[in-house]
Ligand binder design. Structure first.
Ligand SMILES: Nc1ncnc2c1ncn2[C@@H]1O[C@H](COP(=O)(O)OP(=O)(O)O)[C@@H](O)[C@H]1O
Ligand SMILES: [Mg+2]
Length: 553
């Protein structure tokens, strides 16, 4: 209970220790004082005992003397006897009768006087109750006072005839002198104990408190500033030293644990972002692959009938030319046909038919040729058969993509025409993943079209520039620029982030550029960046190596 209370007191350990040692020293001094007082008391008791014995002997002698000489106990002999005793013992002696009148005294002039005052009262008490008393007499003769002892004068147990008053200062002093060395030893020992306790207390408390304090300081700094490089100084080799070593180990351990934790969370973060990206790519790849399949399927389905039509147009042309030739021959042979025939000839407007039929056939030929071209582009764009690394003509890919985007470039009721300015350089065949690269062209071109459409509402001719060139280090560079809105400064750092979009929901997904960036940098070991001026337009630059199929495996 008490220990619990002691532990719960809100006090520093050093103060508690110091308090304990101060208490111990106080206790020691109290014990010392008590011991000294006790020694004095013992000395006093011994002195009293001796004085009592002397007084008793005196009393017995007086009584005996009177008995043997058959006189009253207070005879003249008594005075002589007292003087003799005084001579022997060198002490003041007075004998009083029951009325406290002095009957014998070392100072004979005092005989006959009655003791009065305090002394008289005390003596009277002893005569009444038979108890020995001590008292301090202050008189003109003894300004410092003399110690007196009053012993009853008894002839037998029942009768008190008076009292013997004996001076016992010297006895007392003697006794005190005897215990003096003991008292000094006790005093010195107690004092030494107090000093020792205090110094030890101070030493121990500071030897415990100081390391503890420095440990507390270090612990606080470590937690507040997260500085795990701090160490507790190891001053001693005792428990506090061991504690300091253990504490330093603890800090070290926490540091490594935190580092591990940090690394693990970084790994997790990385894994998460990888997962995210993979997911994105999967979604996009899946989207593009189903789009590709659809496109390829449609292209394939259209291809046969179109070829069939295209192939037959030549024959139709020939057959109709033949038929027309035949008709002309008939007209030549029969310049005046019968009425009914002439009527039909007028109705069908033969001259117009001659003229229009060849035009019609010509436009049909152009139309089917166009369809064939589109089908080819669609097949090329989807390039389902070309999932692996392959050397291709990049211009073909760009053109195919443009062809697919034709509907966004043409002047329609919903939008206006966008001028495309191509500036193709001399490029070798470039090793790449064609389908994926086309996807990049598509994303960048779509963004450019969105940007010019948005800004063209402010009266500018919408333009796209597509240029290619072979640059140093066997690299090709594709630049796709627009005079669209441009990219605001604060968004520039974010446009390659997945899901970053400024377009309304449903229109933008924020995936185009992030996927394109991945395709260029990771799949093609290339670079992709952009330059932009707000309100003037943007330019996206893609650079990829000419050869890489070997490296990519
Ligand atoms: N040519 C460009 N001009 C202006 N802003 C562009 C251009 N290209 C991309 N951006 C900006 O980058 C954002 C992200 O593009 P992208 O990843 O393709 O996603 P999305 O087109 O779905 O918004 C766009 O929302 C747009 O703000
Ligand atoms: Mg986009």
């Amino acid at each position: 209970m008490l220990t619990e209370l002691w532990l719960t007191i809100g006090m520093k350990i050093s103060h508690k220790l110091l308090l304990s040692f101060v208490s111990i020293s106080l206790l020691t001094s109290v014990v010392g004082v008590v011991a000294i007082a006790q020694s004095k008391k013992i000395a006093e008791t011994l002195a009293i005992k001796e004085a009592e014995e002397v007084a008793q002997v005196l009393a017995t002698s007086i009584v005996h003397h009177s008995a043997t000489h058959g006189e009253s106990i207070f005879s003249n002999e008594l005075q002589t006897y007292v003087l003799q005793l005084h001579h022997l013992q060198r002490r003041d002696i007075e004998v009083v009768n029951r009325e406290t009148r002095i009957v014998a005294d070392v100072v004979p002039d005092d005989i006959g006087t009655i003791l009065e005052g305090k002394q008289g009262k005390e003596v009277q008490k002893t005569i009444q109750d038979g108890q020995t008393r001590t008292l301090l007499e202050n008189s003109d003769d003894y300004p410092q006072g003399i110690e007196l002892i009053v012993v009853p004068l008894k002839r037998d147990q029942n009768q008190i005839d008076g009292a013997v008053i004996l001076e016992w200062s010297s006895l007392y002093e003697e006794a005190i002198a005897q215990v003096q060395p003991t008292i000094i030893i006790i005093a010195i020992t107690s004092l030494s104990c107090v000093i020792l306790a205090l110094t030890l207390g101070w030493q121990i408390s500071s030897s415990i408190a100081k390391p503890l304090q420095s440990m507390t300081d270090v612990a606080q700094t470590v937690t507040q500033k997260s500085n795990f490089d701090l160490k507790v100084p190891i001053i001693t080799k005792d428990e506090t030293g061991l504690l300091a070593i253990a504490f330093n180990h603890l800090i070290e351990r926490v540091k490594t644990l935190l580092a591990e934790k940090e690394q693990r969370s970084e790994e997790l973060q990385q894994a998460l972002s990888d997962l995210h990206n993979t997911q994105l790519q999967l979604v996009q790849t899946e989207k593009m692959s189903s789009l590709g399949q659809l496109v390829a399927g449609v292209a394939h389905e259209i291809n046969n009938p179109v070829n069939f039509i295209y192939g037959n147009i030549i024959h139709i042309d020939k057959y109709t030319q033949d038929l027309l030739k035949l008709l002309q021959a008939y007209q030549y042979q029969y310049p005046n046909p019968p009425q009914t025939l002439q009527k039909i000839l007028d109705d069908i407007e033969l001259d117009f038919l001659y003229e229009d039929l060849s035009k019609l056939l010509q436009s049909m030929r152009v139309g089917t040729q166009r369809i064939r071209q589109i089908v080819l582009s669609l097949r090329n764009f989807s390039r389902l058969d070309e999932a692996e690394c392959k050397a291709v003509d990049l211009h073909e890919g760009l053109d195919n993509t443009l062809l697919i985007l034709q509907h966004r470039l043409k002047d329609t009721s919903e939008s206006f025409a966008i001028e495309v300015i191509k500036n193709y350089g001399q490029l070798p065949l470039v090793e790449c993943y064609p389908a994926q690269l086309n996807q990049v062209f598509m994303n960048v071109l779509l963004n450019a079209i969105d940007a010019v459409e948005e800004s063209a509402q402010q009266q500018t001719t919408a333009k796209l520039w597509i240029s290619t060139q072979l640059i140093a280090d066997n690299q090709v560079q594709i630049l796709i620029a627009d005079n669209g809105t441009g990219i605001p400064e604060k968004m520039r750092s974010r446009i390659f982030e997945p899901f970053f979009t400024t377009k309304p929901t449903g229109k933008g997904t924020g995936l185009g550029l992030s996927i394109s960036y991945k395709i260029i940098t990771e799949k093609h070991h290339g670079k992709m960046w952009f330059e932009s001026r707000l309100g003037e337009g943007s330019e996206f630059i893609i650079a990829i190596p000419v050869h890489q199929c070997e490296i990519s495996g």
